[in-house]
Design a protein around this ligand. Structure first.
Ligand code: 6R9
Length: 657
């Protein structure tokens, strides 16, 4: 971490405001809640025993485990040692065997208005067919499959089919470019890609297959086969011998597939996430611990009642939230859920609320960005829909400001539904810090406390716990079941990134503080990771993309506070000698970043500047650029090699406005 990013930063301190309000659960909610405060005591008395009990109660093991945790070679953990299970069996067949085959697993709502409901029996058959199809293409345990799909049931079906075969999937968000897809396919060494012709977005078909073609045309990939789901019906090129239509290959397969069990530590998936360097990290998750902790979160944090609840997580399966709270968590518990393909404002701004009313959604899980956008659109839009089925609301992805939390509770939850703010990461795999609804009062803007069986702290630079109301770094001090098992193919980077900042502690990269009640508040990232609309983006990655453009000599990127998206990408760019800025330059650079990484990474603003603020050792002082981007007085610039640089930048940015 660079000293200029340390927690003495004014911005971090500014968010240390105080929040006194708390909301007790209603007596009705408390009376029926799955979780009680006793769980904390039970976990504290015998942490590993607590997790062993959860594992045996929530998950079906073909072979019971002999040890709960092997931490003999930290930071490489093994949970539920010796246990064997099949993750897809746990998410599908066992619900059918228990007599719940007719329960709807997925109510799919396509953006254009088409719908499809799949029961657990039907989904089990679909996944079995897909598993047979993948097996016929040679996929088995130890392989990786890349999945690049829109939000359609086939995304969940593909993931579960891989799990059934013991193969690991690597889902690449459909909004990522062919370049991003290419590098992920290579890093994960994927043999098969599952994609679609396209999906629907903002009322139009949006293609995906051409990006796969581009990615594979770049060469050097181990991909042998591409399975293509037909969604939009738009024309696509099919390469002979490589590309196969899903319908041709999957439909003809038998609907039975005899699953086998795999070790608890068999890889389940790799999911790429932005780090502080340009190269995305392949976060590796395994089977047993991941499934146990997610099932536990469904039961306690989401208070799930599988017989009566209708759960809806609005994330995309391309992010970890979609992995854990669309596919594995809800399905391990046999929940009924909604899967929605499109954007919240297509064809109108009440689309989400209309879906809640239509299906009687009880539990809704979304992001602060989405809520702030809905807030901006106005209270009258949700008011047009019957939201009385809701009983619990969740938030994830970034700190939720108390105003948005209160709006969520009042306007969407009619002052009746508890709001749970859940803090976790791609790396943690499952919820880590969140209130237990029904068991405690909730507090606007705070994630409150570590879940039972999870141990965290907030520490200062030297790793000592901080006092209350003092900003510090969030660390996790004990291994947890759903923890990442490493960065795919790079054990050293795993150690360096998470375990070297403080001794024997996992460094999350988030600033945090305790309030006077001991509740935890998050203060945003303390590294070069930005959080734009709940999506993690790396400043370095976007800088590399900008510099790869022929007109750019140097670039610095910062995440500037943004009312709607939390942070917005703001870039400062020096053009190459001899190149003059024209009217189209900024738009061209934005489009270039879109092509290199994906539309979500496009800078909101690009300032063409003559120079960048650097320390004498040549480090760009992003803190100062952030001041400019957030229209603040520029902070201490005395360590700059050339102190006048900031005056020039401030003046030129002011002139642009
Ligand atoms: C699940 C997910 C992880 C980063 C994390 C933090 C931020 C997520 C949060 C939150 C405050 C919350 N974050 N949830 N910050 N309060 N409830 O979002 O995973 O995409 O890996 O992002 O997101 O900064 O470190 P991921």
């Amino acid at each position: 971490m660079k000293p200029e990013d340390d927690m003495s930063d004014e911005t971090a301190m500014e968010s240390l405001h105080h929040e006194g309000r708390t909301f007790d659960p209603s007596p009705e909610f408390a009376a029926q809640a799955n979780a009680s405060a006793d769980l904390y005591a039970a976990a504290q008395a015998d942490r590993l025993g607590f997790w062993a009990k959860q594992a045996r109660e929530l998950i079906s093991w073909e072979t019971d485990f002999t040890d709960t945790l092997d931490w003999s070679d930290p930071p490489f953990a093994k949970w539920f040692v010796g246990g064997r299970l099949n993750v897809a069996y746990n998410c599908l067949d066992r619900h059918v065997e228990a007599g719940n085959g007719d329960r709807v697993a997925i109510h799919f709502e396509g953006e254009p208005g088409d719908t499809r409901s799949l029961t657990y029996a039907e989904l089990t058959a679909e996944v079995s067919r897909a598993a047979n199809a993948l097996a016929s293409l040679g996929v088995g345990q130890g392989d990786r499959v890349a999945i690049y799909l829109p939000m359609i049931p086939e995304a969940a079906i593909s993931m579960l089919a891989c799990a059934r075969l013991g193969a690991a999937h690597s889902v690449v968000f459909g909004g990522f470019s062919s370049d991003a897809l290419h590098s992920r396919i290579i890093d994960a060494e994927a043999r098969v890609v599952i994609t679609a012709d396209g999906g629907y977005r903002r009322g139009k078909p949006s293609s995906l297959k051409p990006a796969v073609d581009d990615a594979l045309a770049k060469g050097d990939t181990p991909v042998e086969k591409v399975l293509v789901v037909k969604r939009t019906g738009e024309d696509v090129d099919m390469v002979d011998g490589r590309d196969l239509w899903w319908d041709d290959v999957v439909a003809e397969q038998p609907a039975e597939h005899r699953w086998e069990s795999f070790d608890a530590e068999n890889p389940l998936f790799i999911l790429y996430t932005s780090g502080t360097t340009g190269k995305p990290k392949g976060i590796l998750h395994t089977s047993g611990g991941y499934l146990v902790q997610n099932a536990f979160a469904m039961q306690t944090v989401f208070d799930l009642k599988p017989e009566s609840d209708v759960f809806w997580c609005t994330a995309d399966v391309g992010w970890v939230t979609g992995h854990s709270y669309i596919v594995y968590g809800p399905m391990a518990m046999g929940a009924t859920q909604i899967m929605y393909e499109g954007t919240p404002d297509t064809p109108h701004r009440g689309r989400w609320w209309e879906i809640i009313a239509k299906h009687g959604v009880t539990t809704f899980y979304s992001s602060p960005t989405a809520l702030r956008t809905a807030m901006k659109w106005g209270d009258d839009i949700p008011a047009e829909h019957d939201l009385s089925s809701l009983r619990l609301l969740g938030s994830v992805g970034e700190p939720i400001n108390p105003e948005a939390w209160m709006w969520y509770r009042r306007v969407i939850g009619a002052d009746r539904c508890p709001v749970v703010d859940t803090w976790w990461q791609t790396e943690t795999g499952a919820h880590m810090i969140a209130p237990l609804p029904g068991a405690m009062a909730t507090k606007p803007g705070s994630s409150q406390r570590a879940l039972p069986g999870i141990v965290v702290d907030v520490v200062d630079d030297s790793g000592k716990p901080v006092d209350r109301n003092t900003a510090g770094y969030l660390v996790i001090t004990e291994p947890w079941p759903a923890m990442l098992r490493g960065i795919y193919g790079d054990p050293q980077r795993f150690k360096d990134t998470y375990w070297s900042r403080f001794e024997n502690m996992y460094f999350a990269g988030d600033g945090a503080r305790y309030d006077e009640d001991g509740d935890i508040w998050f203060l945003g990232r303390v590294d070069d990771v930005m959080n734009v609309s709940g999506h993690r983006l790396s400043t370095t990655e976007i800088e590399s993309a900008l510099v790869s453009h022929e007109a750019v000599a140097e670039a610095a990127v910062v995440g500037a506070e943004d009312e709607t998206s939390g942070q917005a990408v703001v870039a400062f760019v020096i053009l190459r000698g001899g190149i003059e800025e024209t009217e189209g330059t900024v738009e061209e650079l934005r489009a270039h970043v879109g092509r290199e990484i994906g539309p979500i990474a496009k800078p909101k603003r690009i300032h063409i500047v003559a120079d960048l603020p650097k320390t004498r050792s040549g480090k760009i002082m992003r803190r100062l650029l952030k001041d400019v981007a957030e229209h603040r007085k520029v902070g201490d610039a005395t360590t700059l090699a050339d102190a006048s640089v900031m005056d020039v930048i401030s003046a030129s940015v002011a002139a642009e406005k």
